[in-house]
Design a protein around this ligand. Structure first.
Ligand code: NDP
Length: 254
């Protein structure tokens, strides 16, 4: 019997936070190439506008700051009025802070949590009820190697990204019985503006990263994009509550 490939996102509407740059933009690009309508968000309109033009006719953008949690429902409502139900949510927006643990202030810590954790949760609150009502949907979180092992100098980021994995497990138990899958990608070291900044003036860190990565290279944003397509597609229809490292082996390397 002839089969059709399930590695597609035709008829899906994907909302990608932080989709104007880096990994979010690559996720949006790969999802659009797989047939999805894609809406990207972020705080900078000029960046989003350029990215949406680059993505082509399947893409749209809305300016949205994930720390403004009261704006999450209006965002989802606006997207659904224009494009139909949001069936794929990618919680990608994130910020990092490189600072020794004992020098990290409570306010700095909270800022990282507000963006990476509470911002993601506000969008789950806004988008998940529609998904559960319709009995299908995919929610993805972009975690980190800092979710999996100790990395010096990123205490707040590690706490935030590790927290996401707990959220994924809990959400999977709450939402998957009615057909909404919840998963995470833990990217290894990928070439983006954020990782370049984290590496700046720290050649030893770069050597260490490549030394423990069996594939001995940094990843490309599209390496994450295609994994996001897979996890959001019917090809992954029995996967929920998992964290997929996409890291060239960094998390198992010695
Ligand atoms: P970028 O800095 O390029 O992307 C971060 C994106 O998030 C930007 O588009 C930014 O847009 C958006 N953003 C930040 N704060 C907010 C906010 N308050 N509200 C809405 N959008 C926001 O970095 P990356 O692409 O590298 O990072 C993307 C995700 O991947 C992050 O969660 C990061 O932690 C994670 N990650 C990255 C890795 C890497 O190697 N690059 C490795 C592991 C994880 P704007 O400023 O316009 O709001």
């Amino acid at each position: 019997m002839a089969m059709t490939s399930p590695f597609r996102l035709d008829d899906e509407v994907a909302l990608v936070t932080g989709g104007g740059t880096g990994l979010g933009l690559a996720i949006a690009r790969c999802m659009a190439a797989s047939g999805a309508r894609v809406v990207i968000t972020g705080r900078r309109e000029d960046v989003l506008k350029r990215a949406a033009e680059d993505l082509g006719p399947a893409a749209d953008y809305v300016v949205h700051d994930v720390t403004q949690s009261g704006q999450a429902v209006p965002l989802v409502t606006a997207v659904e009025q224009r494009h139909g139900p949001v069936t794929v949510l990618v919680n990608n927006a994130g910020i990092n802070l490189k600072r020794p643990a004992v020098e990290t202030t409570e306010e700095e810590f909270l800022e990282i949590l507000r963006t990476n954790v509470l911002g993601a949760h506000s969008l789950v609150r806004a988008a998940a009820p529609g998904m559960t009502e319709r009995g299908r949907g995919s929610i993805l979180f972009i975690a980190s190697m800092a979710s999996l092992f100790g990395i010096p100098g990123v205490v707040a980021y590690s706490a935030a990204k590790s927290g996401l994995l707990g959220m994924v497990r809990t959400l999977a138990t709450e939402l998957s019985p009615v057909g909404v899958r919840v998963n995470a990608i833990a990217p290894g070291w990928i070439e983006t503006a954020m990782s370049r900044r984290a590496m700046e003036g720290d050649p030893e860190r770069e050597r260490k990263i490549l030394g423990r990565t069996p594939m001995a290279r940094f990843g490309t944003p599209e390496d994450i994009g295609w994994a996001a397509v897979y996890l959001s597609s019917d090809a992954a229809r029995f996967l929920t509550g998992v964290t997929l490292p996409v890291d060239g082996g960094a998390s198992i390397g010695f």
